[in-house]
Design a protein around this ligand. Structure first.
Ligand SMILES: Cc1cc2nc3c(=O)[nH]c(=O)nc-3n(C[C@H](O)[C@H](O)[C@H](O)COP(=O)(O)O)c2cc1C
Length: 263
């Protein structure tokens, strides 16, 4: 069973590729959390592999992934092979330590740890990659995915090619908590009325179901900062603060907003 979370399609594409190859069902973390249940129960087949595929958000897993694991109940878990795949624009810090600790709390052991560099979608600081770099990353990601699929098929234990960056303890131990504390709000999102057609795509791709389009989008309080609303808006009408208007937009080229629809 492959559980995934994705804002702009990189992690969904990786999760789909792995699920297809391993012949495992794919489960959306965002859709599962939207059920509002305190406990999220799944029945495992014998020997079933359990995977978590998600983007890096400030050198940690998205909060929704951690919330999901906290509610997860896997019926029939008998030391099944558990693995995590983080997609990132550059590096992941000590994300896997956070994943390991979170899974342990729920009685699960993280056996295989993987990361894949994919095109960057964090345009609040920095920008999207150039088209050339985006292409390079997507081609290399295919190779990495093939290797991961072989390692997962063989249930290999350990860390495999994790790109942790410089001072990973600081990235995850210091910057990630600051991000969680200060950057999770919707207060800086706004829509440029002259560009917005009211198409409703932002509402449909929102992982937190926080957007309601009544002619124009309105944001509630909850937010995962996945930036799906910003990147999937077909008229580039959604901005975050002053910094995103002149920045590029990115969505995985093999998926459309329909693949990302949450409702
Ligand atoms: C809020 C946020 C924070 C991010 N932080 C990091 C980071 O710390 N390191 C990194 O390499 N990429 C970072 N990224 C880039 C994404 O991890 C990367 O583009 C990922 O593949 C996107 O996956 P998705 O398309 O499934 O959402 C960040 C993206 C967002 C939206």
């Amino acid at each position: 069973m492959i559980f995934y979370f994705s804002g702009t399609g990189n992690s969904l594409y990786a999760a789909q590729t792995i699920a297809r190859k391993q012949n495992e069902p794919l489960v959306s973390i965002s859709a599962a959390l939207a059920s509002g249940q305190d406990q999220l129960e799944y029945n495992l087949m014998e020997q079933e592999r359990i995977g978590f595929v998600f983007p890096i958000h400030a050198w940690g897993p998205p909060q929704m992934v951690l919330d999901f694991i906290g509610k997860l109940k896997l019926n029939g878990y008998k030391k099944n092979y558990v693995f995590a795949v983080a997609t990132c624009g550059g590096n992941i810090g000590n994300t896997m330590k956070l994943m390991d600790a979170c899974l342990k709390k729920n009685g699960l052991t993280l056996d295989g740890q993987f990361s894949i560099i994919m095109p960057n979608n964090y345009i609040i600081m920095g920008d999207v990659d150039t088209k050339t770099r985006e292409q390079e990353k997507l081609i290399e990601a295919e190779n990495v995915l093939k290797t991961i699929n072989q390692q997962v098929a063989e249930r290999m234990h350990g860390e495999f090619g994790l790109v942790k960056g410089f001072l990973p303890w600081m990235l995850t131990g210091v910057i990630n908590p600051m991000f969680r504390k200060n950057a999770m709000s919707t207060s800086k999102f706004f829509v440029q009325d002259d560009r917005c057609s009211g198409c409703g795509i932002c509402e449909k791709v929102c992982n937190c179901r926080t957007i309601q389009v009544n002619g124009k989008p309105e944001w509630g309080k909850a937010c995962s900062q996945c930036l799906a609303c910003v990147h999937y808006c077909p008229s580039k009408a959604i901005q975050y603060g002053k910094g995103t208007e002149k920045k590029g937009r990115y969505t995985h080229p093999q998926l459309t907003f329909k693949d990302m629809m949450q409702s």
